[in-house]
Ligand binder design. Structure first.
Ligand SMILES: Cc1ncc(COP(=O)(O)O)c(C=O)c1O
Length: 373
C-alpha cells in the first residue's frame, strides 16, 4: 500500500450523529475531536510576533536556543537530566512524525510496527504507508520478533491510560531484546488527574528509572499542541538516542521537514513558561470534574482515563448506539471503532470544549439519567 491507497477519513460516518446533535434546542456540544478551544498564551503569541522577520531558511535541526530549551524542559518537567542539543529535534507538529517515522527509519514490507490496542490511528497509517505490518498489542510478551518499531502512548489517546515506570521499563527491555526502536508518544504528560498522577509526574520513556541511563533505541515524542494551546502553530519535538536523532535529522533535511523560524521562537517561549501550562491544566481539571460524574450518572462506565484529555466510556453496547443516544442529547462523541477493532463498545469524549459547553453537556447527561424512558 502507498500513499494513494490511504482511506478517506472515517468522520463521514459521524455526520448523521453530528446533524442530530446540532438539532438540539440549546445547540451541539462537540466532544468528538481533541482540538484546543482556549487561547494561545500571550507569552507565546508575543514571541511569535517578535520573530516575523524570517528571511532565511530555518535549519531542520532547529535553532540552538530551541534545542537547548527542549533539553532544559525534559530536565525540569520530565525528570530527564543530561540531554543535549544532539538528543533533540523539532517536528512540524507530532502527527507528521508519527506518520513518517517508519519511512524515516527505512522500514518496509516484512517489518512490523506495533501500536497500542486502543490507538491514535496515525500509528497504523505510518506502517501501511511503507508496506509494513501494523500489529495492535499492549503486552510486550505479544510483540513479535519481526517488530522494528514499537509505539507506546502514555497517557493514551483515546483511553487516558498511563504507563508507570515498571510498565515502561518492561517495554524498553522487550524492545531491546527485539532490536526494535521504542517510540513513546507522550503529548498528554502534563495532564494527570487520578492518583498518583495528580501529585507525581507522569514518567517519560527517557526517565533514567526506565532506561537505566542508556538511551539507545528509545525516542520520546512530545507536542505543545495541547499543553500550550498551540495546535495551529504545529509545534512539537522528539528526544532520545543521539544516533537515531542524527539519522532522522539527515532524512528530514532531505525531505524539507523544517519548522518555521517564528514557530521555533514561539516554542522557546512556551517551553520556558510553566505558568500557562498550569493554568491550562486547571481548566481541564475543572471541566473533567464536571463532566466525568455526569457521564457516570448517565449510565456509562469510564475506563482508564486517569490522565489526558479524554473520557473513555462505555454503556456495554455498540458505540454507534451510544453515539445515537448522546446525539439525542445534543452531544457528539467519537466511536471506539475509530481507534482500532478492540473497543467497539467505547466512546471517546474530549475535554476540549468551553466551560459553558461542558456545563451544558453535564446538565443534559444528568437530566437524561432521571428522565422517564
Ligand atoms: C496520541 C497523539 N499523538 C500525536 C498527536 C498529534 O499532535 P500534533 O500533531 O498536534 O502535535 C495527537 C493529537 O491529537 C495525539 O492524540
Amino acid at each position: 500500500m502507498g500513499v494513494a491507497d490511504l482511506a478517506e477519513y472515517p468522520w463521514d460516518a459521524v455526520a448523521p450523529y453530528a446533524a442530530r446533535a446540532r438539532a438540539h434546542a440549546d445547540g451541539i456540544v462537540d466532544l468528538s475531536v481533541g482540538s484546543p478551544v482556549d487561547p494561545t498564551p500571550p507569552v507565546v503569541a508575543d514571541a511569535l510576533r517578535a520573530a516575523t522577520d524570517a528571511h532565511a531558511y530555518p535549519q531542520t535541526m532547529g535553532t540552538r536556543a530551541l534545542r537547548d530549551a527542549i533539553a532544559r524542559w525534559y530536565a525540569r518537567r520530565r525528570g530527564v537530566a543530561g540531554l543535549t542539543a544532539e538528543n533533540v529535534l523539532p517536528t512540524v507538529g507530532s502527527k507528521e512524525l508519527v506518520a513518517l517515522l517508519p519511512l524515516l527509519l527505512g522500514l518496509g514490507p516484512g517489518d512490523v510496527v506495533v501500536h497500542p490496542r486502543a490507538a491514535y490511528p496515525t500509528y497504523e497509517v505510518g506502517a501501511r504507508l511503507v508496506g509494513a505490518t501494523p500489529v495492535a498489542a499492549d503486552d510486550p510478551a505479544d510483540w513479535p520478533q519481526s517488530a522494528r518499531l514499537i509505539w507506546v502512548n502514555s497517557p493514551g489517546n483515546p483511553d487516558g491510560r498511563v504507563l508507570d515506570v515498571p510498565a515502561l521499563r518492561a517495554a524498553v527491555l522487550r524492545a531491546r531484546d527485539l532490536g526494535a526502536v521504542l517510540a513513546s508518544d507522550e503529548c498528554y504528560a502534563e495532564l494527570g488527574w487520578d492518583a498518583p498522577w495528580d501529585a507525581e509526574p507522569i514518567p517519560s520513556a527517557l526517565d533514567p528509572r526506565v532506561t537505566g541511563g542508556e538511551l539507545r533505541g528509545i525516542l520520546s515524542v512530545y507536542s505543545l499542541s495541547k499543553q500550550s494551546n498551540l495546535a495551529g502553530y504545529r509545534a512539537a519535538f522528539l528526544a532520545g538516542d543521539p544516533e537515531l536523532v542524527a539519522r532522522l535529522l539527515t532524512a528530514r533535511k532531505h525531505l524539507g521537514l523544517m519548522l518555521p523560524l517564528p514557530v521555533q521562537q514561539a516554542m522557546v517561549a512556551a517551553l520556558a513558561d510553566d505558568a500557562h501550562v498550569a493554568q491550562q491544566r486547571e481548566r481541564y481539571r475543572t471541566r473533567r470534574a464536571l463532566l466525568k460524574p455526569a457521564v457516570e450518572a448517565a449510565g456509562f462506565r469510564i475506563d482508564a482515563s486517569e490522565a489526558g484529555l479524554y473520557l473513555w466510556a462505555t454503556e456495554g453496547r455498540d458505540a454507534w448506539d451510544s453515539m445515537a443516544r448522546l446525539a439525542g442529547l445534543g452531544i457528539l462523541a467519537g466511536p471506539g471503532h475509530f481507534y482500532g477493532e478492540h473497543f467497539p463498545q467505547h466512546v471517546r469524549l474530549s475535554l476540549t470544549a468551553t466551560d459553558e459547553r461542558i456545563a451544558a453537556a453535564a446538565a443534559r447527561l444528568r437530566a437524561s439519567a432521571t428522565a422517564p424512558v
